[in-house]
Design a protein around this ligand. Structure first.
Ligand SMILES: Cc1cc2nc3c(=O)[nH]c(=O)nc-3n(C[C@H](O)[C@H](O)[C@H](O)COP(=O)(O)OP(=O)(O)OC[C@H]3O[C@@H](n4cnc5c(N)ncnc54)[C@H](O)[C@@H]3O)c2cc1C
Length: 509
């Protein structure tokens, strides 16, 4: 019998297991479907290589539908470290207003002044650690490329941004800042500092923490309204039950709602149609899917030698506010060092990303079979406010290709096709057809008070309607923050982990 059983060793789950096991009297089990690599020297290159994403070797092989009728691969990490172990290492915080918005929706514990200490605790900022809003001794090292290490396309991007009137911003995590500058990245040299590296490596020596990899959670075990453990399947297909006093579900914004639904927690009609016994009729499970719709302007490089797939993919970023918008920094433009494939004409890309999304998608179970992936409908650009601002962002991105230092590096823009025009309607049509995910799904088991019809958990992560069950990962966020989501997921892990460590009574422990 474990005290705390954490499902999923990702950005949030690793942190919760590490923080909860700081209490030597708390027996913690961390269960992960993917493999575990305790020894960094024997960890596969795709996981240590922070220069680029790992898309296939440690992935769930999911698909999603960004807009109706288009199926696209949807990467999610399947390994200790979760998606933090396969991602681009962009280490951005959301806007303070994002967390204040969560608080205003009935979750006062998450206001900016409360989450700031968690952001500080998680990081070791090697450039700005002495600033009052940063941390300098946390498990996740963060740094920025100095100017003399920028690739030509990134140096040109910053110069062009200045030419276009954007201010320079040396620290994109300065809470009130905006403009163009170096990306904060959680890597040291080339090494990706995932949550497996930053949090699990030092914690795994503890006697009271067991990490069980290659263990797939089929469903939660619920007895008379109380979660008492999980049903797991090992790599040989053997099914067993593991019991715990508290289960923390941290399987991410796609798999956490899927596990909840398979366990009978979700929208009644959907569950009954699949022959699943309803334990709690919770309409918000799988609803409220929030993400960052994005498009990339693809540019053929004038000098092919500029493009090297072995270089860092990301180095620079522009955070800014759409004209007339009341949501600060609701747009992002990111320079990508390379695009396409090495055998294709040498190209780089500039991504246009909508950071504050009004629209919502949904996720549904296709079957009660735990091995059938859920259906993911993002429904991007159905909300006209989203279309208008993504079009604005695309226009602003295209301005980088018209003239200036970055334009000088471009032979031709290959997407969007210049022959099709750049007027509002043409660009809106492109957004509606081609917007894709920034790989930042959130909100599918959102937190909120019981009078919020879509709330699945309370502000401490405790499930409404089922005892001894906590959900803590990207799925509990009421909406996607205005930043790439890894740091916010780690912050969620820090908040819940700290509550577990310092106030176990709240969780019935
Ligand atoms: C390719 C890619 C690039 C990205 N780039 C960035 C970036 O540069 N910066 C940024 O901020 N964000 C980035 N993100 C997003 C960010 O990494 C995620 O938002 C964040 O890691 C999600 O954290 P999480 O804890 O919610 O879920 P995850 O980290 O995905 O963790 C979920 C864990 O649960 C496990 N799991 C799931 N189902 C089961 C089951 N049934 N049984 C057992 N275990 C299970 C999974 O294997 C996984 O380890 C990227 C994501 C991807 C996929």
């Amino acid at each position: 019998m474990f005290d705390v059983l954490v499902v999923g060793a990702g950005s949030a789950g690793s942190v919760i297991a590490a923080r909860a096991s700081e209490n030597p009297d708390c027996q913690v089990l961390l269960v992960e479907a993917g493999p575990d690599y305790p020894d960094l020297s024997k960890t596969p290159f795709d996981l240590t290589n922070g220069h680029n994403n790992s898309y296939r070797a440690h992935d769930w092989g999911l698909d999603y539908e960004p807009v109706p009728g288009r199926q696209v691969a949807f990467p999610r990490g399947r390994v200790t470290g979760g998606s933090s172990a396969v991602n681009t290492t962009i280490a951005l915080r959301g806007m303070p207003e994002d967390y204040d918005e969560w608080a205003e929706q009935g979750n006062p514990e998450w206001r900016w002044e409360n989450v700031l200490p968690a952001f500080q605790r998680l990081e070791r900022d090697l450039d700005f650690g002495s600033e009052p809003y940063h941390g300098d001794s946390g498990p996740i090292s963060i740094r920025r490329y100095p100017r003399n290490q920028l690739l030509p396309q990134h140096a040109a991007f910053l110069e062009s941004a200045q030419g276009l009137g954007y201010p320079l911003c040396e620290d994109a995590n300065e809470p009130w800042g905006w403009g163009a500058g170096p990306h904060p990245l959680n890597k040291l040299g080339r090494l990706r500092i995932s949550c497996a590296v930053g949090y699990l490596s030092p914690a795994r020596v503890r006697d009271n923490l067991e990490i069980r990899p290659d263990t797939f959670v089929r469903r939660l075990v619920i007895e008379v309204g109380r979660c008492v453990g999980v049903e797991v399947e090992d790599a040989q297909g053997k099914v067993a039950e593991i019991r715990a006093r508290l289960v923390v579900l941290s399987a991410g914004a796609i798999m956490s709602p899927a596990i909840l639904m398979r366990s009978g927690i979700g929208p009644r009609r959907q569950l009954e149609n699949l022959g699943i016994d309803v334990q709690a009729d919770t309409p918000g499970v799988g609803a409220n899917l929030s993400d960052h719709p994005a498009l990339a302007v693809v540019c053929q490089a004038r000098d092919a030698s500029l493009i090297d797939f072995d270089q860092p993919l990301m180095q620079t970023i522009l955070r800014y506010t759409a004209e007339g918008s009341d949501k600060r920094n609701d747009l992002q433009i990111e320079q990508l060092s390379f695009a396409g494939r090495p055998e294709r004409p040498a190209a780089f890309a500039i991504a246009s990303v909508l950071e504050y999304q009004h629209g919502r998608g949904e996720l549904r179970l296709a079957s009660a079979d735990p091995h059938r992936p859920p259906v993911i409908d993002n429904r991007f650009c159905e909300d006209e406010r989203d279309v208008a601002r993504l079009v604005r962002c695309l226009k602003d991105t295209l301005a980088f290709t018209d003239s200036g230092p970055l334009a000088d590096l471009i032979e031709a823009v290959t997407f969007p096709d210049p022959a099709r025009g750049k007027d509002e309607d043409a660009l809106a049509g492109l957004c509606r057809r081609f917007a894709g995910s920034g790989y930042h799904p959130c909100g599918t088991a959102k937190m909120g008070p019981t009078d919020d019809p879509l709330a699945v958990v309370d502000q401490f992560g405790c499930a409404h309607g089922v005892d001894q069950l906590v959900v803590a990962d990207a799925s509990i966020m009421p909406g996607v923050p205005r930043a790439n989501t890894n740091l916010t997921c780690i912050m969620v892990g820090e908040m819940v982990g700290e509550w577990l460590r310092t106030g176990p009574g709240r969780y019935g422990l």
